[in-house]
Design a binder for this molecule. Structure first.
Ligand code: MN
Length: 242
């Protein structure tokens, strides 16, 4: 249940932060500081588009409050560390082990969720694995079913909050999971590489509909996976590696 408490706390923080941020934006500050470094992109589909797998209310809170919260906190952390200003999100993630924890948590949160929204699509519209990706999955896991089983197990076995990943490590695909908002781009990640598929297994991703049944969320999630985007990520990652 503590994730619901966090949802409520985040909503409170955002409600209180609004006027304070507006006040500081109105204060006379030197010119370039007016633009925030990072921003929240709109969802590429309607809040209800992923039903019945993910309900509209979950999407509204997840995108509008959780993801917006990571963006706000990341911008605040960058603002507080002049040496980090102008760095790309990828550069920040590569160096997280030497940076304040706020960069790890909120930089990871912003990167992971930005990726996550694009890796989903309304049921029936996400396409199929490309010939290249399917062949690589068969090579590294034996079969598509074995890969799906490994990916679901990674999500199910992540204690507490975190993510399940399919990662291109440069010569093969690996299923892994990370705690909190960690990801495979982080300098100290146990499995480093380019994400091809990512699933958010925090309770806030599924609790309103599936309650404690993370397994039902994980098995239903395949019908909203955007294979077209996974294919594109795999193609870009393997092209880079050659
Ligand atoms: Mn999330």
């Amino acid at each position: 249940m503590h994730d619901l408490v966090r949802i409520a706390a985040a909503a409170l923080v955002l409600g209180l932060a609004g006027p304070a941020l507006a006040a500081s934006a109105a204060a006379p500050v030197p010119a370039p500081a007016a633009t925030e470094a990072f921003s929240l992109a709109p969802l590429p589909y309607a809040y209800e588009a992923l039903e019945p797998v993910i309900d509209a209310q979950t999407m509204r809170i997840h995108h509008g409050r959780h993801h917006q919260g990571y963006v706000n906190n990341l911008n605040a952390a960058v603002k507080a560390n002049p040496a980090l200003q102008g760095k790309s999100l990828e550069a920040l993630l590569a160096g997280v082990q030497t940076l304040p924890p706020a960069i790890r948590n909120n930089g990871g949160g912003h990167y992971n969720h930005t990726l996550f929204w694009t890796l989903m699509a309304p049921p029936g519209t996400g396409g199929q694995p490309s010939t290249a990706l399917e062949a690589q999955i068969r090579r590294d896991f034996g079969s598509m079913d074995a890969f799906k089983e490994a990916f679901q197990a990674a999500g199910a076995q992540r204690f507490g909050s975190g993510w399940a990943w399919l990662v291109w490590t440069g010569d093969r695909l690996v299923v892994t999971s990370t705690p909190n908002q960690d990801n495979p781009l982080m300098g100290d990640a146990p499995v480093k590489g380019a994400p091809v598929i990512a699933n958010d297994v925090w309770e806030h991703a599924y609790y309103l509909k599936h309650q404690n049944n993370r397994g039902a969320y994980l098995s239903g999630w395949w019908s909203v996976l955007n294979w077209n985007e996974a294919n594109r990520l795999f193609e870009t990652a393997t092209r880079k590696g050659k």
